[in-house]
Design a protein around this ligand. Structure first.
Ligand SMILES: *Cc1c(COP(=O)(O)O)cnc(C)c1O
Length: 354
């Protein structure tokens, strides 16, 4: 038997997540991974590494709970929100029996994690305005244990209507968890569902330090839920999910100064996004610009492969969305510094006069 044949069938068939990093490129303007464009300062204060770290570093949990307006027992920290996505499947879905459900176009890791673990995934396409198709979801819920809903949604940038989320919570009650992926919530903090946790035992919220907190390289994310859900996730999480330096930096990011700095960065990016919203529709290569509550903008172009390639060759790296259902001709643009936004617009202007 070849090594390939020894592997699980679903792993042989798996296409790994096409992360922005894996796709490569030789850019100096990276607008493809929704990262913050500049590094934030930090110091390593914990200088010893001979001991294992705490499984759930107390200061990180306490500070995140305070930041989110919750109690520490409603918070679990993991290696990025991506690990939270997977922990939920491992704790709640029986491989080969249960299913998850999500609504494309949306974040790619829900399907990748399901495929890796061997859990069926069902999709219910979002409506034309990228809102939930509630009747279709209700019909597909048989055997579904976890519903993933991204709001604001990546890559479209829109929020899901709160009335619809309430209805979805009602139709999933007693049957499945509803997981709200709030990776971008700092860009529209009033839209968080954290205040709904006391009302809904099956609501779960995912958060991350990778986007607004400018710490994608740290790999630190949070799952927020009521204690019974957190207790189950604690059973399946690795014994030492966070390295000591990670906990150290995360604690600083969640200090009063760290949060103030994050809010200042969010205000800057929101201003840059508003500027791009004025500029993009004036360009003839741009067909449509979709409203966004996040640090990225989705736009449809007249000849998106040419736009993508021309900018790529100039070192401006965007994220191609052509293969995402319903997003033919679309590119996703992360909001960078003002200078980077200006370089982007200049490059698109040059393409528009051709
Ligand atoms: C970036 C992102 C994540 C992953 O966050 P990490 O904490 O870096 O793993 C999860 N969900 C969505 C929608 C994202 O865009």
């Amino acid at each position: 038997m070849s090594i390939e044949d020894l592997a699980r069938a679903n792993v042989r068939a798996l296409t790994p997540y096409q992360s922005a990093r894996r796709l490569g490129g030789n850019g100096d303007v990276w607008l493809n991974a929704n990262e913050f464009p500049l590094p934030v300062p930090f110091e390593l204060s914990q200088q010893t590494l001979n001991r294992y770290p705490e499984c759930q570093p107390k200061i990180v949990i306490e500070r995140y709970a305070a930041y989110a307006g919750l109690t520490p027992e409603q918070v679990i920290v993991s290696r990025g929100a991506d690990e939270g996505i997977e922990l939920l499947m491992r704790a709640f879905c029986e491989p080969g029996k249960d299913a998850i459900l999500f609504c494309p176009p949306t974040y790619g890791m829900y399907s990748v994690s399901a495929e890796t673990i061997g859990i069926e995934y069902r999709t219910v396409a979002a409506l034309g305005d990228w809102q939930l198709n509630l009747p279709a979801i209700a019909e597909q819920l048989d055997g579904v244990k976890v519903v993933y809903m991204c709001s604001p949604n990546n890559p479209t940038g829109n929020l899901i209507n709160q009335d619809d989320i309430r209805k979805l919570l009602e139709i999933t009650a007693g049957k499945a968890l509803l997981v709200a992926d709030e990776a971008y919530i700092e860009f529209c903090p009033e839209a968080t569902l954290a205040g709904w946790l006391q009302e809904y035992p099956h609501l779960v919220i995912l958060r991350t330090l990778s986007k607004a907190f400018a710490l994608a390289g740290l790999r630190c994310g949070f799952t927020l839920a009521n204690k019974p859900v957190i207790d189950l996730l604690m059973k399946v999480i690795a014994p030492y999910p966070l390295a000591t330096p990670v906990a150290d930096v995360a604690g600083q990011a969640l200090s009063e100064q760290g949060i103030a700095l994050m809010r200042q960065h969010v205000a800057e990016l929101n201003a840059n996004r508003a500027w791009l919203f004025e500029q993009l529709p004036q360009l003839s290569v741009v067909q449509q610009v979709f409203p966004s509550e996040t640090n990225y903008i989705l736009a449809r172009f007249t000849d998106s492969p040419k736009v993508f390639k021309t900018l790529w060759d100039q070192g401006i790296i965007l994220r191609d969305q052509n293969k995402n259902p319903g997003l033919a001709g679309c590119l996703r643009i992360s909001i960078g510094t003002r200078e980077e936004c200006e370089r982007l617009i200049a490059a698109l202007q040059a393409l528009s006069v051709e």
